[in-house]
Design a protein around this ligand. Structure first.
Ligand SMILES: [Zn+2]
Length: 171
């Protein structure tokens, strides 16, 4: 079984839809990080996610160039920000390793279009009028307790938790 990665964009930092709960690495890119301004509510969520397992990875130059070339071919180049391009490029880098599989979590149509063209998996998390289908939760690897908000340290046993996006109906 391949190691699963969720790549999240700015909008997915607050809402989205997971495929599974366990054994997922959640990653994002420096440009997404730069889109979040310090002090805001989103930034606080972002900081907590980083404390509970979200990692930031810069994609390779080759992957970025490949995405840029593809966006020119599909006509999406004017609609994609640097953050969007990095998200797709990071998926290319992750999928290069045969034991890894990336899924992009996004509701951005241009990202979905590029991902399809490059045969990268993606999950859509919102449709018109429906947002926040999932909630970030934390789970303690020590005592297995789940918390319905991002909690850095387990209040029961003191272990550092991991955070995941969880579908609301599973809460
Ligand atoms: Zn615990």
């Amino acid at each position: 079984m391949k190691k699963q990665f969720f790549i999240i964009d700015t909008s997915a930092i607050l809402s989205g839809k997971p495929i599974r709960l366990d054994n997922i690495s959640i990653v994002t890119t420096p440009a997404v990080s730069n889109e979040l301004s310090p002090g805001g509510r989103d930034f606080r969520t972002f900081e907590l996610l980083k404390e509970t397992g979200l990692t930031i990875r810069a994609p390779s130059k080759e992957a970025i160039n490949r995405v840029k070339k593809t966006t020119q071919e599909t006509g999406d180049d004017s609609r994609l920000s640097l953050a969007d391009i990095e998200i797709v490029a990071l998926a290319i880098d992750i999928n290069k390793e045969s034991d890894q599989e990336a899924t992009i979590l996004t509701d951005d149509y241009s990202i979905q279009n590029i991902a399809s063209t490059l045969q990268i998996k993606f999950q859509v998390f919102s449709q018109k009028g429906i947002t926040k289908k999932f909630k970030w939760v934390s789970r303690c690897p020590g005592c297995k307790k789940q918390f319905n908000e991002i909690t850095k340290i387990c209040p029961v046993c003191g272990t550092i938790t991991k955070s995941y996006p969880l579908h609301k109906k599973n809460l």
